[in-house]
Design a protein around this ligand. Structure first.
Ligand code: NAD
Length: 968
């Protein structure tokens, strides 16, 4: 720890080493990782450490010794904070604590719960811990200091539990389903505790879970069987700006309930996570960003607890002497007796403080986590972060030996000294203006967002089944043929009936577009960009309605639909700014000659999108073409015309002149083909399957009568994406990452993971956990917020997946198969499957399946894994889970994909941050949402003028910076 405090880079690398250590199985691997992590930290590593590693070459006895020493050191450190690896060891710790007059609360460390079986195991462990500890402590002599409170005995056994471990998918998005699952497993624990006279405390974790955790706590404890039971409590985190109001809510509830509960007030252990997570998502940061603010809030909340100690029994948990002392002083001034509240510290931390408090006859309880070291590492790293943080009281007092006056200063004073006015609210949300900022996703863990979405679903449901005309040159046109769009989850439900364009309509649309082309090209780029900016505003205003349309028309689950709308907004905002940048001509003047390199539109663009990102992809391709000055004919996918119709409407409302955008629904093979073949078309922007993409390429390349140009084709096509799992990977994260990448939107994403390549050593363990996690994936209707795997888009897609499911029986071993049950009678539901032991040559491992089917392949080592990963004709997305810096670097260099993701899921690219697109048969290599994309829709010209007239050249530029073609 001393080492890590010296330098942040060394700290990060040593913590990474500790995090990886439990997954490293032999000395060679431990030595290799240590070397790699030290190399990453660079020059900041103390030289003795480098020498120690260098003197122990791989395979030598010294390497064995080095590995043993490193493992011993880390395990020893873990033992400081973890009270034991099994219940027996935990009991020893508890007994030792009691002898010193200190109480305990036992916390069961666990891996992330990713299957129902694991949630059951957690529940069972809690039950046996309660009965085991009660049995062992019953005969212990009473210790009044800890076993007796002001109103009677205090339970000797005290258990802290995490509600997120009582279900596979704790998510406020589907609050009711989560609450039902959690309550189902929680009630037996509470009953057992009640029966045996034990106490249960509910821990608090990330902010996203807070409201639902509170809600479940209040709900269960209001049930008649628990109504009069006081031996329960919950955590409040002072670093959250909302906590004070939450405490008021809890006070009112507890008063109404008529029985007190305990509140453990902490500062909060997820500060770094909360800040990074909120900033990454563009959400308001929920925690105070200044340490003194959390400290001040802690004092404010402790006062509140002491004032209401009759119904909210205070348990102040901190290692900050000032924070604790402030609470004690308030208690004293209010006359709250010492045995009406307690003070808590963590095992292995703040021991001198605990000793001093016991000596002063306060009731002290130690939070004692126990469990295997492997899952305990996440806990250990949190503790290490806390101990080594520059803001830590412990570090400031015991290591840095700061002045006592400094340490005990009132946090409000600290704030004033820092010249910062105290903020009562969290930092406000990022406002989107120039420069470009990604549109934040909706935070569905907040109730108002869920209510807005439910209201939109209701509104849109009432608008289903309408008929829609073609729109040519701003005129509505009916046609004899119609195209029905239906709800994939309820095939009998009509979403919209569309007039179907014919080949004649297609050629008329091209003529109209050609007429509109010069005027649109001459419109200043800034005016064209303004249309996109206005469209972004309208999209934002209607985001819930548009997402609701996606739910019904494409069976997109809530978050996926919301993400698609956000991406459409991003495309408008991003390409608008990009066009303004590109519209500035590049100037390369020399004396006597001016040179302007400028861009001009290509001409008439045809946009042919798929259905799977029903707003973002058509929107991105359309607005890119438009802002570059090209009129567009938008032929939506047959499966998602309604959403494309809304897009066309919004662009019209945003000020697009009629004739510049034609909306032409119809069959791809019919009018799609006609548009591609039309000699009047200059550019085709296509996203879809490789089969159609190649056909479009072939057809567009053909010269036809009346054609005086070569058509430009932008084609984004399929993928056969792989995630490699290295043998030191964090399996919790890897399994969850694969499940998300493979089954999100039923695997119907071009970026979806359809191959998992696992290194031999961990192959079996990984397959078992992946299979369990896959079985826990919820299959349902898209409008149900719990759903992960909904129906497939149409009957043809469902038939295709059934065919591959059949093939799976011969090409591999099906280790998990979901069960859609009676849903199959209503819509295009299929069973998601995981197929292990598939060979790279198998059809399942080579063909794009585009559904909830994931195959697992075994690789002997990393080189083998890379060869398998690259051994397909696609190169779209790929990923690796590994903790080895060297292996990550190797993958970076040799995994040939357009978008490579390291230690995270491989779907969900974000405009500008992760420009998206692949090569080989996945596409032509253009990156949607990147800075090169608009150039595909533009031609570049160079204009050179000789400014020398009879030996005289003007000093100033005669052409100015007006660009001719773009009309700027
Ligand atoms: P698809 O190729 O069947 O259809 C795409 C579009 O092409 C539709 O609008 C369709 O009407 C039209 N079309 C069909 N035949 C045509 C023809 N002969 N001439 C002209 N147009 C024709 O693909 P899909 O099922 O809609 O979408 C799924 C595919 O899209 C998958 O292969 C997926 O990987 C791919 N995709 C790729 C990306 C990417 O960025 N690379 C993104 C999304 C989807």
């Amino acid at each position: 720890m001393g080492l890590t405090m010296g330098d942040p880079a060394v700290k990060v690398q040593l913590f990474r080493f500790i995090d990886a250590l439990p997954a490293l199985k032999d000395a060679t691997s431990v030595r290799r990782h240590l070397r790699e992590f030290l190399d990453e930290a660079g020059a900041k590593v103390p030289s003795w450490m480098n020498v120690a590693v260098d003197l122990a070459p791989e395979g030598s006895m010294r390497a064995e010794l080095l590995a043993a020493t490193a493992t011993w050191a880390a395990t020893n450190m873990a033992r400081r904070f973890i009270a034991g690896s099994d219940p027996r060891e935990a009991l020893q710790t508890v007994l030792r604590l009691r002898q010193r007059g200190i109480g305990f609360t036992a916390d069961l460390l666990g891996e992330a719960v990713i299957s129902e079986a694991e949630a059951d195991i957690y529940q069972q462990s809690c039950l046996s811990l309660i009965s085991g500890l009660v049995g062992s402590l019953d005969d212990e002599p009473e210790r009044p200091g800890i076993d007796r409170g002001f109103d009677g005995p205090v339970p000797r056994v005290n258990l802290s539990i995490k509600l997120t471990s009582l279900t596979t998918d704790f998510d406020a998005l589907h609050a009711e389903a989560t609450a039902a699952a959690v309550c189902g497993r929680l009630r037996p624990i509470l009953r057992e505790a009640q029966r045996l006279g034990a106490y249960v405390h509910v821990d608090m974790e990330q902010y996203a879970h807070k409201d639902l955790t509170l809600e479940i706590f209040r709900r269960v404890l209001s049930e008649p069987e628990f109504l009069n039971w006081p031996d329960v409590g919950i955590v409040a985190q002072a670093y959250l700006a909302e906590t004070f109001d939450d405490l008021k809510g809890l006070r009112d509830w507890a008063e109404a309930r008529g029985t007190p509960v305990t509140i453990r007030l902490v500062k909060g252990a997820y500060w770094d996570y909360e800040v990074i997570h909120a900033q990454e998502a563009g959400w308001p940061v929920p925690v105070y960003t200044e340490k003194w603010q959390s400290d001040a809030n802690f004092e404010r909340c402790s006062r509140f607890l002491m004032e209401n100690s009759r119904v909210l029994r205070p348990a102040l948990a901190s290692h900050n002497v000032r924070s604790l002392a402030a609470g004690l002083a308030v208690a004293e001034s209010l006359g709250v007796p010492k045995n009406a509240y307690e003070l808590q510290v963590l095992h292995g931390m703040g021991e001198p403080i605990a000793r001093a408090l016991v000596a002063s006859e306060y009731r002290v309880r130690v939070y004692t986590p126990y469990g295997a070291i492997l899952p305990g590492m996440a806990y250990l790293v949190r503790r290490l972060l806390e101990n080594t943080s520059n803001e830590s009281f412990l570090k400031a007092s015991f290591v840095d030996r700061r002045e006592v006056d400094d340490l005990l200063r009132n946090p409000e004073e600290v704030g004033t000294m820092l010249g910062i006015r105290r903020r009562t609210k969290a930092t406000p949300a990022v406002v989107i203006q120039a420069p470009f900022c990604n549109e934040p996703l909706t935070d569905f863990t907040r109730r108002p967002a869920r209510e807005a979405m439910l209201a939109a679903l209701k509104r849109v449901e009432g608008a289903l089944g309408r008929t829609y005309p073609l729109r040519l040159d701003g005129n509505e046109i009916r046609s004899t043929g119609t195209l029905d769009s239906t709800d994939p989850g309820r095939s009998s439900r009509l979403v919209g009936r569309f007039a179907m364009a014919t080949a004649d309509h297609a050629s008329l649309a091209v003529r109209i577009a050609r007429e509109a082309a010069p005027g649109w090209a001459a419109t200043p780029a800034s005016d064209r960009a303004a249309v996109l900016m206005r469209a972004a505003v309208i999209l934002r205003e209607r985001k819930f309605d548009l997402a609701a349309w996606e739910v019904y028309e494409c069976a997109k689950p809530w978050r996926e639909a919301d993400g698609d709308v956000a991406e459409a907004i991003d495309f408008c905002e991003f390409y608008a700014r990009e066009m303004l940048r590109l519209a500035q001509p590049v100037v390369r003047d020399v004396p006597g000659e001016t040179n302007r390199i400028e861009v001009i539109p290509r001409g008439v663009a045809v946009v042919i999108p798929p259905w799977n990102f029903p707003l973002a992809i058509p929107c991105g391709m359309t607005v890119a073409a438009l802002v570059a000055g090209n009129p567009v004919i938008l032929k939506p996918a047959e499966q998602s015309p309604t959403i494309a119709w809304h897009l066309a409407e919004i662009l019209g409302e945003a000020g697009l002149p009629p004739g510049v955008l034609q909306f032409l629904p119809g069959e791809g093979e019919d009018i799609g083909r006609a548009l591609v073949e039309d000699p009047g078309v200059d550019l085709i922007a296509f996203t879809g399957s490789v089969k159609v993409g190649l056909e479009i390429n072939r057809s567009a390349a053909q010269s036809r009568p009346g054609m005086d140009h070569v058509k430009r084709v932008i084609a984004e096509m399929g993928g056969k994406n792989a995630i490699i799992i290295d043998d030191d990977a964090d399996l919790d994260e890897a399994v969850l990452g694969v499940v998300r990448s493979a089954f999100g939107y039923s695997g119907q994403k071009c970026s979806a993971c359809s191959r998992v390549i696992v290194l031999d050593r961990i192959y079996e363990a990984f397959v078992v956990r992946l299979a369990e996690a896959a079985r826990a994936v919820v299959i349902g209707q898209a409008e149900d917020p719990e759903t992960v795997v909904g129906p497939l888009i149409d009957a043809e897609a469902a038939d295709r997946i059934r065919m591959y499911s059949g093939l799976a029986e011969t090409e591999g071993r099906v280790v998990a198969r979901g069960n859609p049950g009676p849903l199959v009678q209503h819509g295009h539901f299929v069973a998601p499957i995981v197929v292990a032991d598939v060979l790279p040559s198998a059809r399942l491992a080579r063909e794009e399946i585009f559904g909830p089917v994931v195959v697992v392949l075994r690789a002997s080592d990393l080189a083998d894994a890379i060869e398998i990963a690259n051994g397909t004709s696609y190169a779209l997305t790929g990923g690796i889970y590994s903790r080895s810096p060297a292996n990550i670097e190797r993958i970076r260099r040799s995994f040939r994909v357009g978008n490579l993701y390291i230690n995270r899921p491989i779907t969900g690219a974000i405009v500008d941050r992760q420009p998206f697109g692949g090569f080989k048969l996945s596409g032509i290599g253009t990156k949607a949402g990147g800075s090169d994309y608009l150039r595909e829709f533009l031609l570049t010209r160079t204009v050179t003028e000789n400014t020398l007239r009879r030996g005289f050249a003007p000093e100033d530029d005669p052409v100015g910076t007006e660009s001719i073609g773009t009309g700027l």
